[in-house]
Design a protein around this ligand. Structure first.
Ligand code: AMP
Ligand code: MG
Length: 319
């Protein structure tokens, strides 16, 4: 585990992809679809395999989209229990694992707070009044519903159950990475050994592009037109979480979409972004969100315990 050194002018975020011309014989195709509330881009030489990869991502979207009433997540949130499919169970088990590892910083049960903040900030922006932001007691009420230890799993029966009524989950911090990994598995099963998948900044680089590693540029968190650092990756994932892509500005203050489950407030700890490079996209997705919540010191302490992981933490003051 090491913090990569980079110069100030090399800070990046968001994931714009810059693919250097490879020496491969077969041409690469690139297709972008709107899925999972973001842009999903696949670069690959085989169009049939590419469609299969998109199909895998769609399957996870159908499970984890909390805005679709038919999804498993919506049914769990509505009924408080569900007989889960293997993928839904995996998503919840992996989330609970990192809830424990992070001391509660990664917590999918923050959903009631995510929704409260989203709705209140929207209202406050429309009516141009900061007074409409959530009140302490409202946040206090929602906080009583938070804690992934309150999600009960019966592995044998594939049963997932909330132990408190009113709870709900949000898989926004893990589902895109998980979907990318599922797509990669499908591609490998089809014999594909060179492909790049980018689901809203959750990227997996399968093999190389021709003779070179995949060349990834990540955008500056405060200047979308600027790329500040590059990564050359092969069979690795990279994900970035930050306060620059999804946020609200109200009275000159930036409100992140990532919630600190300890306080109930949007994260406000001086970080602008966290980029994680590791072996799979699920872990990269979870860890980037988690470290963004934990802040620099606690985040680094957690990352030091995780093998084969590199990171770049960008502080607001660096920009
Ligand atoms: P990401 O963009 O991957 O960092 O994930 C951010 C999304 O994860 C938010 O839009 C919420 O849906 C969800 N989320 C917010 N706060 C947390 C948290 N503390 N733990 C887990 N998921 C969160
Ligand atoms: Mg994430």
């Amino acid at each position: 585990m090491r913090q990569i050194k980079f110069c100030r002018a090399c800070i990046v975020l968001y994931c714009s992809l810059f693919i250097l011309a490879g020496c491969s014989q077969k041409p690469y195709h690139k297709e972008t679809r709107i899925m999972m509330g973001t842009f999903v881009e696949i670069t690959c030489q085989d169009k049939t395999a590419m469609n299969a990869a998109f199909e895998e991502i769609k399957k996870i979207e159908n499970i984890a989209n909390k805005f679709s009433p038919a999804s498993e997540i919506s049914r769990l949130n509505k009924n408080g229990e569900i007989k889960a499919s293997p993928d839904f169970l995996n998503l919840i088990k992996e989330s609970k694992k990192y809830y424990a590892l992070s001391g509660g910083a990664f917590d999918i049960t923050v959903s009631p707070l995510v929704d409260t903040w989203k709705n209140k900030i929207k209202e406050a922006l429309e009516k141009k009044s900061e007074n409409l932001l959530p009140a302490e007691d409202e946040l206090g009420d929602k906080l009583t519903l938070v804690g992934s230890d309150k999600i009960f799993i019966n592995q044998k029966e594939s049963l997932v159950k909330f132990t408190q009524s009113g709870m709900s989950i949000d898989l926004g911090g893990i589902a895109k990475g998980y979907a990318v990994d599922k797509a990669v598995l499908r591609l490998k099963a089809l014999g594909i050994n060179s492909c790049l998948i980018n689901a809203g900044g959750n990227i997996y680089c399968l093999g190389k592009k021709g003779k070179r590693k995949w060349h990834i540029g990540i955008q500056h968190p405060r200047n979308p037109g600027k790329l500040l650092f590059y990564l050359d990756l092969e069979n690795q994932a990279v994900a970035t979480s930050g306060d620059y892509e999804q946020y609200f500005m109200l009275a000159g203050k930036r409100y992140s979409h990532i919630i600190n489950p300890e306080t109930g407030y949007p994260v406000d700890n001086g970080l602008a972004s966290v980029t994680i490079i590791t072996k799979d996209a699920t872990t990269a997705d979870i860890l980037s969100t988690t470290v963004f919540v934990l802040g620099k010191e606690k985040g680094q302490a957690l990352l030091e315990k995780i093998a084969n992981t590199e990171y770049r933490i960008i502080e607001e003051k660096d920009l």
